[in-house]
Design a protein around this ligand. Structure first.
Ligand code: UPG
Ligand code: MN
Length: 816
């Protein structure tokens, strides 16, 4: 008898060479770090126990030891991402016929028409309606947290436009189904378009209709559907629920269209609305009473579908019986249509979407990334894979609330009747109840059921808890971007967005769900727990970055040597850690399609984020703990301002609007400027160039310099040594070993702080054991300081308005 060969729906390839290289690197680097820590610790304990040292001396070593220990630890956690990288391919054409496909509900969230232009939101809506999926199984829901009439109006118009747009796309195989994206580019061969007369005229017609649609939305805006600012502000926080199934009345041919639903949840100032997670949970409930799709695609309002094939591609994983039972979601990369060629703010998050997610996919899967994922509804209902919900009705009510309609959908024999759903007014009433702000009281929504409320990084926390419950995920990154969003195009927005993530991550770190402990306690795999924990600790970087920005410098001025000399064999270790770390990062950037320039940009932005976004994220959490305020979501603006776009496209840093958040960066830069000038000046005064460069200074000149500067007698200074060492000290950390080096280089410089002046240090080179530490390094670090400082300073002088405010504030900081 002939057996029918069933072709797999997808394949998995383990990247063996990469895994091997990564593991060798991991081993070697770990050993080196251990040696480095041994060096640091042994001297620290020596200073601690030998009583001939001041407390400042010991404290300095202690701070560096702590930093190096912590950063090594974080680096080690992140190493798990490189343990087993895999890549996948899906074959949607092998899926069985459409009648077997499950229902999909698309959830799109918008929150403010002033920051998220309704026209762009409608482009996302239309592109989602145009997914290549049986229309009767596809429902698109838009959550409007802004409660804006313009959004509802635009949606009705969008539905009418979709009635002509969808057939056009299907007929000519158009793949770019966001009309805006489609009409703003030339016709592409790979869009599968048929270039014949009929097509061209239809395209023109379609373009005309799109312009008409645009005009309708624009003039509605002007006619005042967007109320005046104050009114709108109030409406955003205070409005009744409103749900409308669009295009239900009097439209024929509408069976070829997916359903479109507008959802405005109730919001009252007295009730926390829990931002995006709150909106998604309302959509979960409302959709359950209408379509109850088994799978859900979540999209941010600016993230349009760039390839209608994503739905079926995701189903290749979800419907594979070998994966399906424990597969919670299929994550696609977040990609952006407006990244400039120079990508100065590193908006593409290369490392996340080209390295980490590939790595975690080889373990239990990537973490949830906020948008562009197809998730199984059942996974959001709070149980472990394969486990049933509580049988008892009372208990179910405690989990899901009191809506009988919702509870009915949980029954295994429940069959969704779309026609019923639409005809019955009762159902819509029920949906309003489900969208009311009291509904969740005393239930498990936001805790165990749905998206989590405990963090503004709701994606991170929800994904993590799913994994802990035993669910897995899959990462799929096909050659054509499946979704495209917009990335912030100015420094302030980038840093503020990153600050939100830092705060959100720390909210998890310092809760009872701290990934490291909670992950291990819930029996989750060690390697995957490491991956997830890595994020939780990442924002704490800022503390150590600031440490490296100040401690070695203060140490220098006080004659506290922190690194071995060039002639010391330990120097080779520090240098190797730094160099190998840098090369690994560079190699990875090049390997993932990046350039040398990207490598440099990543180092730069890493440095800036560390001391700004991450630092303020830490402050956010500190203020939250003392009960001052809750972390806010801080919506990212998607409005395009010509001038900003222009600057961004040219690769020029845009500092406008960035005030306080830049203070630490600017302060660092100013210090470095001072250091550079001071350092060069000093070299000129001393005239001891050879000592600087070769690490073999003549005793005479050194002695005289020591006398001149009131420092202990320094010997064997060396520029190269310091140049490397200031870096390699920080180089113990993660991927950006090199960046930390640059950070140290960037920041190191002479600082004359009150602390310093009040605590003169006595490091006596007569102490035999410490001869190799005998002082230091002062001017060397200044000098190596800093080719980067003038550049940095130029940035800040570039824009007069905001930077001058920032600089003034920084001066304040420097002075006091
Ligand atoms: O109260 C709110 C706040 C936000 N949103 C929506 O949430 C989405 C994301 O907001 P945005 O300001 O664009 O944040 P980003 O920083 O771009 O978002 C990233 O980070 C978020 C977590 O911090 C994730 O939820 C997102 O998916 C991820 O793209 C947007 O569609 C908003 O409309 C709401 O619906 N209600
Ligand atoms: Mn966004």
């Amino acid at each position: 008898m002939e057996t029918k060969q069933i072709l797999p729906l997808h394949t998995l390839r383990i990247e063996r060479t990469r895994a091997t290289l990564n593991r060798v690197f991991l081993l070697v680097h770990s050993l080196m770090l251990l040696a480095l820590l041994y060096y640091r610790a042994s001297w620290f304990f020596f200073f601690l126990t030998s009583h001939s040292h001041t407390w400042t001396f010991t404290l300095t070593w202690f701070l560096l030891l702590t930093s190096e220990l912590t950063l090594s630890f974080i680096w080690l956690l992140g190493a798990a991402y490189r343990w087993r990288p895999v890549s996948r391919t899906a074959f949607p054409e092998r899926l069985s016929d459409d009648s077997q496909l499950p229902g999909i509900d698309v959830f799109i969230c918008t929150a403010d028409p002033a920051k998220e232009p309704p026209l762009d939101v409608m482009n996302t809506v239309v592109s989602a309606m145009a997914l290549d999926y049986p229309t009767e199984k596809l429902w698109v829901y838009l959550s409007d947290d802004g409660g804006a009439d313009i959004t509802l109006y635009a949606m009705r118009k969008a539905f009418s436009f979709a009635m002509v747009w969808l057939p056009f796309c299907r007929k000519y195989g158009v793949r770019t189904r966001s009309p805006n994206a489609y009409f703003s580019k030339e016709i592409e061969e790979d869009d599968g378009l048929i270039r014949r007369g009929e097509f061209c005229s239809e395209r023109e017609k379609m373009k005309f209709m799109y312009e008409a649609f645009k005009e309708q939305v624009r003039s509605a805006n002007e006619m005042g559907l967007i109320e005046d600012y104050k009114l709108r502000e109030k409406a955003k926080a205070d409005h009744a629920p409103l749900i409308e199934v669009i295009g239900q009345n009097g439209l024929e041919d509408h069976d070829k269209m997916p359903h479109l639903v507008y959802v405005r949840r109730e919001k009252r100032p007295t009730h926390p609305h829990n931002f995006k997670a709150g909106a998604l949970n309302v959509l979960l409930r409302v959709s359950s009473s209408l379509s109850n799709g088994s799978y859900i695609l979540v999209l941010d309002c600016d993230m349009y579908s760039n390839d209608p094939a994503s739905a079926k591609a995701a189903m290749c994983f979800h419907l594979d019986p070998t994966l399906s039972s424990s597969l919670a979601f299929v994550q696609f990369p977040q990609m952006f249509h407006n990244i400039s060629p120079t990508d100065i703010y590193c908006g593409q998050f290369r490392e996340v979407f080209k390295v980490w997610w590939y790595g975690s996919d080889g373990l239990n899967g990537p973490n949830l990334s906020g948008t562009c994922f197809y998730i199984k509804r059942e996974a959001l209902y709070g149980t472990a894979p394969g486990l049933d919900l509580p049988k008892d009705l009372i208990q179910r009510r405690q989990w899901f609330g009191h809506s009988n309609e919702l509870l009915r959908t949980l029954r295994s024999d429940y069959k969704c009747n779309v026609e019923n759903a639409l005809q019955s007014n009762g159902l819509l009433q029920e949906a309003h109840l489900l969208a009311s702000c009291n509904y969740e009281q005393g239930t498990k929504w936001g805790k165990q059921v749905g998206f989590c409320y405990d963090s503004v990084a709701e994606d991170y926390m929800t994904g993590f808890l799913l994994h802990c419950r035993g669910w897995n995920s899959v990462y799929y990154d096909p050659p054509r971007p499946q979704f495209l969003g917009s990335t912030p195009n100015n420094l302030n927005d980038c840093l503020v967005q990153y600050k939100r993530w830092s705060s959100g991550l720390l909210e998890v770190t310092f809760s009872r769900y701290c990934p490291l402990t909670y992950g291990i306690m819930s029996g989750h795999s060690i390697l995957h727990t490491m991956c997830i924990s890595y994020w939780a600790f990442l924002p704490l970087y800022s503390i150590f970055a600031l440490c490296y920005a100040t401690v070695p410098q203060l140490g220098l001025l006080n004659g506290i040597s922190l690194y071995p000399e060039v002639s010391d064999p330990w120097f080779a270790l520090f240098a190797t850690v730094f160099i190998s770390g840098s090369f690994q990062h560079l190699f990875e950037v090049l390997h993932t399609g990046g350039s040398f320039r990207m490598w440099w940009n990543e180092l730069r932005i890493w440095m800036i984020r560390s001391v700004s976004s991450n630092f303020f994220g830490c402050l956010d959490i500190a203020t939250r703990f003392i009960g001052v305020k809750r972390v806010d979501f801080g919506l990212t603006s998607k409005v395009t301002v010509e001038d900003k776009v222009d600057q961004y496209a040219k690769g020029v840093f845009d500092f406008r609007g960035a005030g306080l958040i830049l203070v630490p960066v600017v302060t660092g830069s100013i210090l470095n400027m001072a250091a550079l000038i001071g350092g060069v000046g000093r070299v000129i005064v001393e005239g001891n160039y050879s000592a600087l460069m070769l690490g073999d200074g003549s005793d005479d000149s050194v002695q005289s310099s020591a006398a001149m500067w009131g420092q202990p007698n320094p010997k064997n200074r060396s520029l190269p040594a310091i140049f490397f060492l200031s870096g390699s000290c920080a180089g113990v950390q993660q991927h950006s070993d090199a960046s930390s080096a640059v950070l140290a280089i960037f920041f190191s410089g002479e600082t004359r702080s009150p602390l310093l002046l009040s605590s003169p240090v006595t490091a006596r080179s007569s102490d035999k054991d410490r001869s190799s530490f005998s002082p230091p390094v002062d001017q060397l670090v200044f000098f190596s300081g800093r080719s980067t400082s003038p550049i940095a300073a130029l940035w800040f002088l570039h824009d007069d308005e905001s930077s001058s405010a920032a600089i003034r504030t920084s001066f304040f900081f420097v002075l006091f």
